[in-house]
Design a protein around this ligand. Structure first.
Ligand SMILES: NC(=O)c1ccc[n+]([C@@H]2O[C@H](COP(=O)([O-])OP(=O)(O)OC[C@H]3O[C@@H](n4cnc5c(N)ncnc54)[C@H](OP(=O)(O)O)[C@@H]3O)[C@@H](O)[C@H]2O)c1
Length: 254
């Protein structure tokens, strides 16, 4: 996988934020990228503004949580790399100000997408050597979760768990599909992080700028893109099953 040219890469959740940076980095590394999201205009803009002479970006407007979309796109494109970044913006409120519907929004988007796509990757099955990366969150391994974002931390922890389940099923069936979980730290360069920063800054009586300063160096979509390209290019025998993703790139879990 050290050469990505000709390696079809599906990025689910590519229209903005971290996913956009990841899709762009894979195209720049020479991959034919299939960029999946629901917003046609944003995908079209991504495809026309990504000026690379090597890879390409093919927009696919779809709801990745729809039960038939994963099977359809995996069947149609036969990707060698699948990256699941899509997720919903959590409703930022303390627990007692959530409703069940707002509390569970990330279960119905993030977990649902990971469930359908991992399941279809194993059922198809994708060809041996395929790499699947699931973008969970640092909140999944935070001892206190994420108290202002309802079910977000639990949903991202479940994404991490089912990524492990899929890794194990691939190994048991001898499929040679490498499944990796990546857990980014909070960053304002995506809508999910912007919501969190606003809410936690407000709770601690700080401005967004003051709160951001305390976060230190920030993860950007470009750093996320280059870290995932390096991950997929590496020999799977040398990679860990899961990583934190920070401004310094992929880090082994503590
Ligand atoms: N930003 C952070 O600080 C941070 C930290 C840790 C983890 N994460 C995780 O990283 C991922 C990206 O975060 P972000 O902040 O970059 O988010 P973002 O800016 O809100 O982007 C989310 C992307 O997912 C797509 N998407 C959402 N629902 C979809 C669906 N049903 N079908 C297809 N595409 C869908 C969106 O496109 P459409 O709306 O056009 O469909 C968009 O491209 C999320 O899983 C998030 O939980 C983010």
């Amino acid at each position: 996988m050290s050469d990505l040219s000709g390696r079809t890469t599906i990025v689910v959740g590519a229209s903005r934020g971290l996913g956009r940076g990841i899709a762009t980095a894979f195209a720049e590394a020479g991959a034919p990228v299939v960029a999946v999201a629901r917003t046609a205009a944003a995908l079209a803009e991504l495809a026309t503004t990504t000026t690379t002479t090597v890879g390409t970006i093919q927009p696919e407007v779809a709801d990745a949580g729809d039960a038939t979309v994963a099977a359809d796109l995996l069947d149609r494109y036969e990707p060698e790399v699948v990256i699941l970044v899509a997720g919903a913006g959590p409703h930022m409120r303390p627990l007692h100000q959530q409703t069940w519907e707002t509390f569970s929004v990330n279960w119905h988007t993030d977990v649902r997408i990971a469930f359908h796509w991992l399941r279809e990757a194993l059922l198809a099955p994708l060809r041996p050597g395929t790499r699947v990366v699931v973008v969970s969150s640092g909140a999944a391994i935070n001892r206190n979760g994420s108290p202002l974002s309802g079910g977000y931390a639990g949903a991202k922890a479940t994404q991490r768990f089912i990524t492990g389940y899929a890794r194990d099923e691939s190994r048991r069936a001898g499929l040679d599909i490498t499944v990796t979980a990546v857990m980014p730290t909070m960053t304002p360069y995506g809508d999910v992080g912007r919501r969190g920063i606003r809410a936690y800054a407000g709770r601690s009586g700080q401005s967004d700028e003051e709160y951001l300063k305390e976060l230190g160096d920030l993860l950007t979509p470009e750093i996320a893109g280059s870290a995932l390209v390096d991950l997929v290019r590496a020999d799977p025998a040398t990679t860990a099953p899961e990583y934190l993703l920070t401004a310094a790139g992929l880090q082994n879990l503590p």
